[in-house]
Design a protein around this ligand. Structure first.
Ligand code: SAM
Ligand code: SF4
Length: 500
């Protein structure tokens, strides 16, 4: 039986967690995060020598996930020369797996109704200044029309608070609504082709329903992997107070057939090195149990939020220098995974993170409920979860990336061709998916330019487009290149959604 959306919040809190869907994954009653062992490893690997660090970098470039000891070693690197080498290697790994491109997406906030009490979030139930509501399906449609028809996004992350009235039925209906929108663009029709979901952990039965309606990546961030800290910042008997229900949400997703999963931690709650170790341990656990690691890793830093005691001035805020090191280490530790740098961060830090190997970035982002369809672009702390650092539009972002020689990709082909989970992992690790990435990036970029770019943007993007086409020509068999150019020309003539 899936979650009953008619439950009162109190009944929901009491019934949603299925203890047997936690216990079955435990090892002798223990979960896979050993807090003491993580701290011991971090201590043990202090002052690493450069030869060891170089060896670890080489292992990562062979597309192998790093061990706890290796990850701890990289987290302890302070030598600027070695940090620079780690950065260069990260970019090399990213190019091997994902080629020279950034995938863009936008968040779509569906609801700020929430039964939980997370001390860092503006949606916490105690925040009485938050104006609460969920989008109706008409509103979901209108938001999507703006995103797909006016801005040009092809991918969304749909975001939900935790509440019975916005649980599985609502998530499923909203996904179907989004996929159903066909919005008129300048020269064609715009549609959202992949909807990822960031929502509360769900039982296996409910995840099966989302699999049926075509969920993209299922994202759940652990927030902190530290058991005691987790309890302190999720007080009371809220659903989210249950560390293990959350820790095993991706195990349940895999069992339900949702094999593109996104993990993350909220940085600034505790020791950032510990959280990095937790993320890598999570990736290794998924690899060991399901032969598939995380499709993406997210590493948001806490941002100011309305009436949230832990957001705003946390003593543990991760400095910019440590944040950049964190990005480098995660890139090398899980070399095949997608890495998401969100618009929580300001432009300057995003610009520094991308060359370290990030693969995805959101832009034109608005995180108020119904904010895309509302006039005006001002952020309003009483209507959104936290405040954004980078409010660049998609077009501005595309131009900035193009100036740095990076192509923006709108490709959603892998998932639509069934290249998910274990299948895509193998293709990523062997660099095969990168070849698809390149051709599909060019095709989808051309499509976006046709439908949305102003003449100035077209001019700025022409060099990167031409250079990528040339690289495709050099790397493909002539017959495939001919087929690719055929698609390219058909897109220029107005056809849409052609991909390999
Ligand atoms: N309600 C669901 C949950 O908590 O899993 C999903 C949506 S929640 C809105 C998405 C994520 O936002 C959380 O997992 C958390 O990591 C992040 N978040 C919460 N408060 C934040 C803040 N003040 N600054 C930055 N990110 C925050
Ligand atoms: Fe609710 Fe998620 Fe915010 Fe916690 S982080 S208060 S669960 S929306």
């Amino acid at each position: 039986m899936t979650i009953n959306s008619k439950l009162s919040p109190a009944e929901y809190v009491k019934t949603v967690i299925k203890q047997d869907q936690i216990d079955k994954y435990l090892n002798n009653g223990k979960d896979f995060i050993d807090d003491a062992a993580i701290f011991t490893e971090l201590e043990k690997q202090k002052n690493p020598d450069n030869i060891k660090v170089r060896d670890i970098i080489d292992k990562s470039l062979s597309m192998n996930t790093l061990s706890a000891a290796e990850t701890a070693t990289l987290l302890n690197v302070d030598d600027p020369e070695m940090l620079a080498k780690m950065g260069e290697a990260g970019l090399k790994a990213k190019k091997f797996v994902y080629d020279n491109r950034i995938v863009t997406f936008a968040p779509l906030y569906m609801s700020n109704l929430c039964v939980n009490a997370c001390l860092y979030c503006g949606f916490r139930k105690e925040n009485e200044d938050e104006v609460r509501r969920k989008l109706s399906m008409d509103e979901v449609r209108r938001e999507t029309e703006v995103l797909a028809g006016k801005i040009g996004h092809k991918r969304l992350i749909a975001v939900y608070g935790e509440h019975p009235s916005t649980s599985t039925d609502y998530i499923a209906e909203s996904l179907e609504t989004i996929y159903g929108v066909q919005a008129q663009t300048r020269r064609g029709v715009g549609a959202i082709r992949r909807v990822n979901v960031n929502a509360a952990p769900l039982p296996i039965e409910d995840l099966k329903v989302l699999h049926e309606v075509g969920i993209g990546t299922f994202q759940v961030f652990q927030e902190t992997y530290h058991h005691d800290l987790y309890s302190q910042i999720h007080p009371g008997n809220a659903v989210k107070s249950n560390y293990r229900w959350r820790l095993y949400s991706m195990h349940r997703a895999m069992e339900a057939g949702v094999d593109d999963v996104g993990i993350g931690a909220l940085f600034g709650l505790g020791d950032w090195r510990f959280e990095a170790m937790g993320l890598v341990a999570h990736a290794r656990e998924l690899e060991a149990k399901f032969n598939v690691g995380p499709h993406t890793i997210s590493f948001p830093r806490i941002e100011p939020a309305c009436n949230a005691p832990l957001a705003g001035s946390p003593d543990t805020r991760v400095s910019d220098a440590n944040f950049l090191k964190l990005v480098s280490v995660l890139r090398l530790a899980v070399p095949y995974t997608g890495m998401i740098i969100t618009a929580r961060e300001g432009k300057s830090i995003r610009d520094q993170c991308i060359p370290l190997g990030c693969t995805q970035a959101d832009c034109s982002s608005k995180i108020g409920i119904g904010a895309y369809d509302e006039a005006g672009s001002k952020q309003d702390s009483s209507k959104q979860q936290f405040m954004l650092g980078d409010t660049r539009s998609l077009e501005e972002m595309i131009r900035d990336l193009a100036k740095d020689g990076i192509i923006t990709s709108f490709c959603t082909a892998a998932y639509r061709c069934g290249r998910t989970g274990g299948c895509i992992m193998d293709m990523l690790k062997t660099g095969k998916e990168g070849k698809f990435c390149k051709v599909n990036a060019v095709l989808t970029f051309r499509e976006w330019l046709e439908d949305f770019a102003c003449p100035e943007t077209l001019e700025i993007c022409r060099p990167v487009l031409n250079s990528e086409i040339e690289k495709v020509r050099m790397s493909l068999k002539p017959s495939f290149y001919k087929e690719f150019m055929n698609y390219y020309n058909r897109i220029e003539s107005g056809e849409r959604d052609l991909y390999f």
